[in-house]
Each structure stands twice: as structure tokens, then as C-alpha cells.
Design a protein around this ligand. Structure first.
Ligand code: PHB
Length: 256
């Protein structure tokens, strides 16, 4: 077996952190990475010295501020986020609850921005958090517009049900994806949590390709469809700001 490089081991340490585990002890890091405690401890010390990891007052390890600075400066989503923010703020002022922007990463949607408010409906998404493509409105918009081989891969893979409403039958899911492409919207009452409805629409880039999904999470009270026109208008605004051709973005006259 070839010995792992220091760099690969350091990457494994970073991978040990996720939205549910933002702070870890060294022994937890060792357990989650499979590294010896002594190795994990030595690498953590070195990464802390460089500011890439940090220790809190309880000596738990967190991702360091310098890591955030580097990542934020160079993030591939920076331009998209800047184009989207003014439209997301307007949309959020009208709809409330949660407004979010997601991009496709692997077989998941990665949320790059989220606006929320006090007393909003429950939401599982977090900034830099992920959801599977088949279960969320954002994921379905991205999957419906993804290359055919990714769609087939997801349809043939494990489809986890978050609630009894999540569509996990591959044939129903295939029909749902076709409907999302046709209507330009994914409306998902109770798919992630019975109390919430996710509604998502595509954001397009300069060549008209879908580069992100704009979504809102609102209460599952049967009124969600009323939000679709505002959501579509905001997505058109973001697409234009991101350089998409106005021709591709003519107001959608099809029924939502
Ligand atoms: C969705 O995108 O459909 C979605 C996401 C998070 C939730 C609920 C719905 O908490």
C-alpha cells in the first residue's frame, strides 16, 4: 500500500468538518479520518500555526479564519453570488421565510447563499450545506438540466426518502424531471420536511446553460404556487446579471 502524502492527510482532516460537525476534538478528527491520534495531533498543530485551522476556548478544532479568507476570495461562485444577492434580497423582502441559491456539485446541491428570518418555516439547508438532487426542489432543477448520464446515475442509485412525500420511484422521478424542464419550476411540497414546501427555478449563465437554482422554502400550506412568478422574475434578473442572453430569458408564458 502506498503511504498517503501529508497533503492528502491534511485534506482528510478538512473533510472531517461538515455543517453538523463544525468543531471537533483531535480524537474525533482521528476517528473520522482514520489517522492515528499522534499523526492527527501533529498535523492539526501545524495547520493551526498556519491559521488554516483554529482552536476554540475548549480546545476544540475549527476551520480557521484564514481558510475562509482564501476560499471566499477565490470561490468559483463569487461572481454568481454577487450577481444574485440584490435579486435574492428583493425576493426575500416579498416572500420572507428562506431564499437560497444552490449549485450542482457531484450528486448533490451545494447551497452557496441563504437568506432567512426569525420565525420562518423549518429549513434543513445551510450555507455550504448540501442536499441530495432527487429530494429537494433546488436539486431537481439542477438534475433536470444536468447531462443525461448524471440523471441516469442518480435514477439508478439509492433514492433516500426524507418524508413519505419524497419521490423515490425512478419512473415517477423521471416524469417529474421532464415536468420540471417543461414548466421551468420544481414545486416540492413536503419532500424534505412535511411542514415545508421548496420551490426552485433555474438560473442561466452566458451560454444559456443552467448554472444554479434559485429557491424559496415556504410553509406547506397549499399557497406555494403563488410565489412562482416572483421567483421566475428574480431568476431572470440574476441570469441577465450573470451574462445570460436576453433571448433565452423571454418571460415564460407557459403555465407554472
Ligand atoms: C427544497 O429545496 O425543496 C427544500 C430545501 C430545504 C428544506 C425544504 C425544502 O428544508
Amino acid at each position: 500500500m502506498t503511504r498517503e502524502s501529508v497533503l492528502t492527510r491534511a485534506v482528510r482532516i478538512f473533510d472531517a468538518f461538515d455543517p453538523d460537525h463544525p468543531a471537533l476534538s483531535v480524537s474525533e478528527i482521528a476517528r473520522r479520518t482514520g489517522l492515528h491520534v499522534a499523526t492527527a495531533s501533529r498535523l492539526v498543530d501545524e495547520l493551526v500555526r498556519h491559521g488554516l485551522l483554529a482552536r476554540d476556548e475548549r480546545r476544540r478544532v475549527r476551520v480557521g479564519l484564514r481558510m475562509w479568507e482564501l476560499a471566499s476570495r477565490a470561490a468559483p461562485t463569487l461572481g454568481l453570488r454577487e450577481a444574485a444577492m440584490p435579486f435574492m434580497e428583493d425576493l426575500h423582502a416579498v416572500i420572507g421565510h428562506h431564499t437560497q441559491l444552490g449549485v450542482l456539485d457531484g450528486r448533490e446541491v451545494l447551497f452557496v447563499e441563504r437568506l432567512s428570518m426569525p420565525n420562518a418555516v423549518i429549513n434543513l439547508t445551510r450555507i455550504a450545506g448540501r442536499l441530495p438532487l432527487h429530494a429537494s426542489s433546488s436539486g431537481l432543477v439542477l438534475l433536470a438540466n444536468a447531462p443525461a448520464d448524471l440523471q441516469e446515475d442518480v435514477l439508478a442509485g439509492e433514492l433516500v426518502a426524507f418524508t413519505p412525500s419524497t419521490v423515490v420511484d425512478p419512473r415517477r422521478l423521471r416524469a417529474l424531471l421532464a415536468d420540471v424542464r417543461r414548466s421551468g419550476v420544481a414545486l416540492c411540497p413536503g419532500y424534505i420536511d412535511e411542514r415545508a414546501t421548496g420551490i426552485a427555478v433555474p438560473v442561466r449563465g452566458p451560454d444559456g446553460k443552467v448554472i444554479a437554482s434559485l429557491s424559496v422554502v415556504v410553509p406547506n400550506d397549499g399557497n406555494a404556487r403563488a410565489q412562482v412568478p416572483a421567483l421566475k422574475a428574480a431568476a431572470r434578473g440574476i441570469s441577465r446579471a450573470a451574462g445570460a442572453d436576453a433571448f433565452d430569458l423571454a418571460p415564460d408564458t407557459r403555465p407554472a
